[in-house]
Design a protein around this ligand. Sequence first.
Ligand code: HEM
Length: 180
Amino acid sequence: MDYVQHRVVQEAAKEASSISTPFTPLNIILLSVVFYTAYSTFSRSNTAPPIARGPPPKVFRTYTPRTLLPFNGENGQPIFFAVRGRVFDVSNGRNFYGPGGPYSNFAGRDASRGLACHSFDTDMLTEDLDGPLDTLEGLGPNEMEALQGWEETFTGKYDIVGKLVSVADYNTTKAAEAAQ
Ligand code: HEM
């Protein structure tokens, strides 16, 4: 009887110890899964790529021939030119219009007459930056058609970032705004 009692106590102790340990194979597997999930979640959030920033917003501005002039691609400036009063940002065409490019003569200028006449001559550009804009007087239908073709190309390819007005018109508008 003593023996039987002894065995019963022994078996009970064995059972109790096997139940109370947390390190069962199943628990180890479950813990591993939990740790792996937590690790991969946090390490992923730490290495997540930064949110890509878009290009800075483009502001539509009013330019005069003089204030347009610095936008010729030099000193890190963007490249703008005007065609019939619309200012295009042609910075993406830096190879054409940037410093040393074949059409750099148009950068920062009213390019209308030169484009219409397919000419790089300097007298195609408005000489007096503070005077009236080129009215394109004297151009024939072929030249006007060529110019329209260029405008269609540019509107499909570049952003319009402003309008070009003469200094006189600029001052008149500013005075009218101030009087309001
Ligand atoms: C020997 C004469 C010329 C040659 C061989 C020539 C060649 C070219 C070439 C290969 C292109 C690139 C076309 C493209 O890939 O989209 C181009 C574009 C252009 N050319 Fe000429 N060209 C000549 C004369 C002129 C002249 C005289 C003007 C104007 C005064 C002019 C104005 C332009 C303009 C505005 C562009 C468009 C650039 C852009 O997409 O922003 N080209 N030319």
